[in-house]
Design a protein. Structure first.
Length: 270
């Protein structure tokens, strides 16, 4: 398992300083990570991730214990926000024998696994979408659903129910509402902005665009309304994660000791 050092652009933070310091986190296209105050929407850069010579981050997930998980071109990499150590815990291509897979997005599934959007091409049958789930406690990976699709790969995904999910298309500026059983389209919502990531705050589903603007989002109607603009992010926003932690075991820690469940470490909006 490869371990490299994470590059900090600011001073090291203590564990108590980082835990729950912000309402959510945002990743920039240049792999800078920001903490964002949920009341003022002011962003503060906390570090910059070493991209392992890959193209870059496409989404992040706060995993508790001062660690963050990033999807870097199909590699799931865990970052210790205190020590700066980063560890690749899974590579998506290891779970496929044929074809070429692009992996985007990160989400916590309803059954508490890590959900990933897969776009597979280079197959005689054409292109297809898949919704994969990775269990960090067992190391098991499963394709929950797959189906032929001409839609480009989803930049981010959000599981609505055990049988439905949302897929966010950044290139064409839309969100599709899909039945996981057969891939059939339930609805498609078009936007005038370029969405890059889903974000859940205080039980509300929001959408972040590439200009660091946030919108509320109604799953049933597709209506999106301005929520506010994040200040202080340098360049294009690419992913977002709330500070509600999904605990995963640290490398080498017995799973029975690592089973921490879900931890809420955030300040609610006033």
């Amino acid at each position: 398992m490869r371990t490299t050092q994470l590059i900090f652009t600011a001073c090291l933070f203590s564990s108590t300083t980082l835990a729950g310091v912000s309402d959510f986190y945002v990743a920039g296209a240049d792999s800078r990570i920001y903490s964002v105050d949920g009341e003022t929407l002011q962003a503060t850069e906390i570090f910059q991730i070493d991209r392992n010579s890959q193209i870059g981050i496409n989404d992040i997930l706060f995993t508790g214990g001062d660690t963050m998980l990033a999807n870097i071109t199909g590699q799931l990499v865990q970052y210790d926000m205190v020590t700066g150590v980063q560890t690749t815990i899974m590579t998506i291509s290891d779970h496929y024998d044929t074809g070429l897979q692009h992996a985007w997005g990160l989400t916590r599934t309803i059954d508490d696994r890590i959900g990933i959007s897969i776009y597979e091409f280079g197959m005689p049958s054409g292109t297809r979408q898949a919704f994969g789930a990775y269990d960090p406690f067992t190391g098991d990976y499963e394709e929950v659903s797959s189906y032929p699709s001409d839609d480009a790969g989803y930049m981010d995904i959000h599981q609505v129910s055990s049988s439905t999910m949302l897929g966010l298309n950044w290139v064409d500026g839309h969100v599709t509402y899909v039945d996981l059983n057969d891939g059939s389209l339930i609805n498609r919502f078009e936007f005038s902005f370029d969405p890059v990531s889903f974000l859940e705050l205080d039980g509300e589903l929001l959408i972040l665009d590439d200009r660091s603007r946030i919108y509320t989002f109604d799953v049933l109607t597709g209506e999106a309304e301005s929520y506010g603009s994040i200040q202080g992010i340098d360049g294009t926003a690419i992913g977002a994660a709330s500070s509600v932690a999904f605990r995963i075991p640290a490398p080498g820690v017995p799973m029975v000791l690592a089973m921490g469940g879900l931890v809420a470490a955030r300040r609610r909006r006033g």
